[in-house]
Design a protein around this ligand. Sequence first.
Ligand SMILES: NC(=O)c1ccc[n+]([C@@H]2O[C@H](COP(=O)([O-])OP(=O)(O)OC[C@H]3O[C@@H](n4cnc5c(N)ncnc54)[C@H](OP(=O)(O)O)[C@@H]3O)[C@@H](O)[C@H]2O)c1
Length: 287
Amino acid sequence: MRFVVTGAGGQVGAEVVGLLERQTRHEVVGLDHHGLDIGDRDAVEQILGRVLPEAVVHCGAWTDVDGCEADPERAWRDNALAVRHVAVAASRIGAHVVHVSTDYVFGGAKAEPYHEWDAVAPQSVYGSSKAGGELELQRHATSWTLVRTAWVFGRRGRNFVDSIVARARAAEPLRVVDDQRGSPTYAPDLAEALVRLAIGRHQGVFHVTNQGSCTWHRFAEEIVAAAGIDPAGPIERISSSELGRPASRPANSVLDNVALRLLGLPLLRDYHDALACRLGGGLGGTG
Ligand SMILES: NC(=O)c1ccc[n+]([C@@H]2O[C@H](COP(=O)([O-])OP(=O)(O)OC[C@H]3O[C@@H](n4cnc5c(N)ncnc54)[C@H](OP(=O)(O)O)[C@@H]3O)[C@@H](O)[C@H]2O)c1
């Protein structure tokens, strides 16, 4: 199969491209931000019309959650309208679109994990713009998979695991929020699921995260332990309001992977196993 991957310079996009390059039966054209501005309608039409992929894995997005609060226009352009461009262009050539969305479309007040049929209630510009992208996909793509994932940590790029390891190694005091709960998700594991869903042209909404959940504080403790670092002191628990970030985050955004489970598709392994693999330098392989 021939694939186009947008956002190929990012945590998830780079893993999807790498995975497809290793699977030599597939062809892949990976487009980073420089190679394709997803907010440029004509450029999206031209590239998809030229490459004629059978599937587009759309990983490009503006993921700076606090930055989106300061520049909503850019958020709407890159996270909502861009999905319209990809969906329309893919439909014209009969390509399936796998689009990546976020747990931050949910409000966070639910006590239990969110399933695929829960109503969205975004609390931030980023979450709203991603919810807009979900609507665009469903309105304009003829063949589509909408994947919501969460708390992504990859092998490259800015992510929570690397930043905790670096600060713990530098013996910096660590203060981490303890009132947000989610499911950490390893980018190589997610990439495998995205490719599987694309090949199967699975239609509909799927929650795809590693199994298990924790708070950021608990995750930080587990990262330090798994990395074998003796921190300068205990990791301090703080609240989201103490941290005072511009964008509000959901208190609970654990995603139940109901659709995968009921369709008998493989669930991603427990996030502890993925974390051990990440810190041990391993590549991946989902359970
Ligand atoms: N990271 C998470 O925790 C998380 C959680 C839930 C869902 N997601 C979703 O997962 C997907 C992949 O995220 P990620 O973690 O891989 O984020 P990432 O590392 O920030 O990758 C996103 C990529 O999109 C590119 N991009 C931004 N604006 C663009 C534009 N106008 N045209 C083309 N490319 C553009 C970025 O390039 P530049 O950096 O050069 O701008 C970046 O390489 C996104 O849809 C995101 O919303 C992520």
